[in-house]
Design a protein around this ligand. Structure first.
Ligand SMILES: Cc1cc2nc3c(=O)[nH]c(=O)nc-3n(C[C@H](O)[C@H](O)[C@H](O)COP(=O)(O)OP(=O)(O)OC[C@H]3O[C@@H](n4cnc5c(N)ncnc54)[C@H](O)[C@@H]3O)c2cc1C
Length: 347
């Protein structure tokens, strides 16, 4: 069976790798567009803290987080590369008046799912020990199962393992008029709008700020701060803080002054101004579909789409790639694709 994958971000690369593990004939086309979401991503794997109530989304991301440790073990062996994956917990901060309710909500998830690990309230000293650079006094929880991965490193490891297994990866636009046998799978992220499939793809522009902690370094867990703000340690004294979410039709990837100012203000809420130096801004285009749920399904007999991975595509893509590979090969799957393969009439 021949498979052609159009788009070599995380969604495409994860599927390509898993199909190749089944010894299929797989070709990936990737034109490395500026704004690729995988390249800009922060890398948090901690879906249990979100207040989002959508059950289909939660089933997908919680199964995906559970899949990560064994997937990374196999991938690091196959690629002989580091992916930056660490399951070293997550610090979650809340406003004083939201802390009790949030603790109950996350503890309930931990009671239902062993992968969440222990959920512990942090004293001020414990928070300082875990993350000595934070200046905040907000109450915090530690979620043991939280983790992180480096999007770019993970993508490179997938591509390397795929090539070692005999796959073909072409850094070029997909010639859409090309006739070939087998299945074509579109994983084109924000650029999915070019294919005109339903459901329609839209995107958000997300900007993220890279900064250094001056003259100091310590490995620290990811911080899920107030509102949509998060802080992730990358390596040495390098961190990121994110992110902005702007609905747009534009594919421009230059950082804006407005996002810079917003993230700078967020940065100084959590760190002492003279202890940090801003290094750069990155911009990624996050793909969405209807309901903010991914679309994972056939659009015709030989054409399959995985898109709309949104804000949790780094978490979900490896599991989705593994499940779609099984589906396309007629094997039993652990994911109910009916949750993600419908097309609403209004979309
Ligand atoms: C700032 C930011 C922070 C994020 N943080 C997190 C996080 O902490 N945790 C989490 O789980 N997720 C996170 N995400 C989300 C995650 O990164 C995305 O959901 C995921 O990377 C989407 O992967 P993708 O492969 O669908 O798209 P992309 O990574 O955008 O890849 C699409 C690829 O398709 C290629 N392509 C398009 N059209 C064609 C064509 N016709 N021919 C050839 N190639 C084509 C493009 O060039 C591109 O390389 C974040 C995203 C951003 C932007």
């Amino acid at each position: 069976m021949k498979f052609t994958i159009v788009g070599g971000g995380l969604a495409g690369a994860a599927l390509a790798y898993h199909l190749k593990k089944f010894d299929c004939d797989v070709t990936v086309y990737d034109r490395k567009d500026k704004g690729q979401a995988t390249k800009a991503s922060a890398g948090i794997i901690c879906p249990w803290v979100s207040q989002r109530r959508n059950k289909k989304w939660y089933r997908l991301v919680s199964k995906s987080a559970a899949f990560y440790p064994s997937f990374i073990k196999t991938l690091e062996k196959d690629s002989q590369m580091d992916t930056g994956y660490k399951q070293n917990g997550a610090i979650c901060l809340f406003k004083e008046n939201a802390f009790e309710k949030a603790t109950k909500r996350i503890q309930k998830k931990a009671d239902e799912d062993i992968n969440v690990g222990q959920v512990t309230a942090l004293s001020k000293n414990e928070l300082k020990d875990l993350h000595p650079f934070l200046t905040t006094t907000y109450p915090g929880l530690f979620v043991e199962g939280g983790g992180q991965v480096r999007g770019q490193k993970l993508l490179l490891a997938l591509k390397t393992a795929f090539l070692k297994l005999g796959g073909q990866w072409l850094e070029t636009d997909y010639p859409a008029d090309q006739e070939h046998d087998g299945y074509t799978i579109y994983t084109t992220g924000a650029w999915g709008i070019e294919q005109n499939f339903l459901p329609k793809i839209s995107h958000q522009r997300a900007e993220i700020m890279h900064f250094n902690i001056k003259d100091k370094s310590k490995e620290t867990p990811v911080v899920m701060a107030l509102g949509p703000t998060y802080i992730v340690h990358l390596e040495d004294n390098r961190y990121v803080i994110g992110t902005t979410h702007i609905d747009t039709d534009s594919f421009l990837t230059e950082p804006t002054e407005e996002s810079y100012q917003y993230l700078k203000e967020e940065l100084y809420k959590y760190f002492q101004e003279d202890e940090v130096e801003i290094v750069k801004m990155d911009v990624g285009l996050k793909p969405y579909t209807r309901d903010f749920l991914p679309f994972i399904g056939f659009v015709d007999q030989h054409t399959f789409v995985i898109n709309g991975m949104g804000s949790t595509g780094l978490t979900a893509s490896p599991f989705v790639g593994s499940e779609v590979a099984k589906l396309l090969l007629g094997k039993e799957t652990n994911l109910d694709f009916n949750d993600y393969n419908y097309i609403n009439s209004e979309t």
